[in-house]
Ligand binder design. Sequence first.
Ligand code: SF4
Ligand code: SF4
Length: 137
Amino acid sequence: MGSILCEHCAAACCRYVAIPLDKPENARDYSDMRWYLMHENISVFLEDGDWYIQFQTRCKNLASDNRCKAYETRPHICREYEAGECDYSGGNHGYDEYFTHAKQVDAYYEKKTGKKLPLPDGVPKRRRSKSGKKKTA
Ligand code: SF4
Ligand code: SF4
């Protein structure tokens, strides 16, 4: 932050984390995307051919006046981010696709493939823990 434009903005760029995702290639990848979106404050977007998962979460260095409390030690990504091409100004920041709900993934998959996204088959006969190991109970 630091330009005049930033004086008029509520620090939109300091309120999320976006991480690149592998391009979804198959039904399992889209199933995983549905799972991400079943969590609160998560979105997935496609921009210029690249996929991202976005966590809506406020930076702990953001002060109540929308200034950076760690300006001198802020990370590379904050220094490289340019007002004028940013979330507030619009710039080239147009999403090709933006998902906030699993149902949007279902519709996107159907539009892309002409088929419904297959759901996992039935209920497993044996319960599994989160690590995938079989439980005997
Ligand atoms: S979103 Fe743009 S205008 Fe707002 S604080 Fe970030 S760089 Fe400045
Ligand atoms: S470190 Fe500062 S500039 Fe970077 S996201 Fe946090 S508040 Fe914004």
